[in-house]
Design a binder for this molecule. Sequence first.
Ligand SMILES: Nc1nc2c(c(=O)[nH]1)N(C=O)[C@@H](CNc1ccc(C(=O)N[C@@H](CCC(=O)O)C(=O)O)cc1)CN2
Ligand SMILES: Nc1ncnc2c1ncn2[C@@H]1O[C@H](COP(=O)(O)OP(=O)(O)OP(=O)(O)O)[C@@H](O)[C@H]1O
Length: 186
Amino acid sequence: MLKKDLRLKYSRLRNSITPTLLGQQSIAIANSILQLPIWENQYFHIFLPIEKKTEIDTEGIISILLGYDKNVIVPKVISNTELEHYLLTDNTKFITNSLNIPEPVDGITVPPNKLDVVFIPLLAFDKFGNRIGYGKGYYDRFLSKCKAGVVKIGLSLFEPEDLIQDISPTDIPLDYCVTPAKTYTF
Ligand SMILES: Nc1nc2c(c(=O)[nH]1)N(C=O)[C@@H](CNc1ccc(C(=O)N[C@@H](CCC(=O)O)C(=O)O)cc1)CN2
Ligand SMILES: Nc1ncnc2c1ncn2[C@@H]1O[C@H](COP(=O)(O)OP(=O)(O)OP(=O)(O)O)[C@@H](O)[C@H]1O
């Protein structure tokens, strides 16, 4: 399928998920990340969910990371194209931006090349590890600045499509994708 059709299909599918189911599926995803071969790493990047868009609740994953004394880094939108990345600390204050994303107000910034593992939001992915988001290219630009060995882990409420047809050279594929039912390795 084409990106534009997939965005519509998966936005609609998300709208059909109840808060109870979203909570259960988010916990299933958090439990599955324990099985990934990533626990030697120190710098983990994760997003905070847009609740209005029924994104996966990442609180369980963040608790696991902090419990293992990992450095947890979260993104902040600073322009139409760029993100900045902040270390999560006990003092981090959050404010919800115009896209309904809770983001850190200020704090210690971390450059993309320091990150070992990135958990990635997505609307849809395919059996080859291609993914699409909301179509602004924030993550593709961000991932292009990460080091070559960065582990890229998609988090998805739904199973893969056979193929995203209109993948472009700037689209960076996933290494893993975790769904409530399964972990895909690419
Ligand atoms: N939780 C979370 N944080 C994230 C992302 C994400 O997908 N999820 N991003 C991943 O890139 C970046 C922000 N990108 C975003 C891009 C578009 C929209 C959005 O709501 N777009 C609307 C239309 C535009 C508008 O309302 O101005 C839409 O798609 O309906 C949200 C986030 C960085 N932080
Ligand atoms: N590395 C990059 N440098 C410059 N522009 C880029 C880069 N990656 C993607 N873009 C541009 O961003 C726009 C949106 O890309 P795309 O449709 O792949 O978004 P997406 O993958 O859904 O978004 P996201 O990565 O934020 O989840 C495209 O116009 C694309 O050319």
